[in-house]
Design a protein around this ligand. Structure first.
Ligand SMILES: [Zn+2]
Length: 75
């Protein structure tokens, strides 16, 4: 279960941290406490969902993030 149904797509944490860009990542493995993701630019990373599954879709990013970081990159 981990991130749940709303966490199938998320912004890539690596692109966000290194390039301050919103890049789409898809879940490649759903675990009990964390999920694994692969972004369209090739990063693999894990997200910890121990605090509970996402309560709303994680992609597209919310308008405030897009306003700050620029248009989301989907491919
Ligand atoms: Zn990435």
């Amino acid at each position: 279960m981990a991130g749940g149904k709303h966490a199938h797509f998320v912004p890539c944490m690596v692109c966000l941290a290194e390039d301050s860009q919103l890049v789409k990542a898809v879940r490649t493995y759903e675990g009990v406490e964390d999920d694994q993701y692969h972004c369209v630019r090739g990063h693999d990373f894990g997200m910890d969902w121990r605090r509970g599954p996402a309560d709303e879709p994680q992609w597209p990013p919310d308008p405030a993030m897009i306003a700050e970081l620029g248009p989301p990159i989907e491919r």
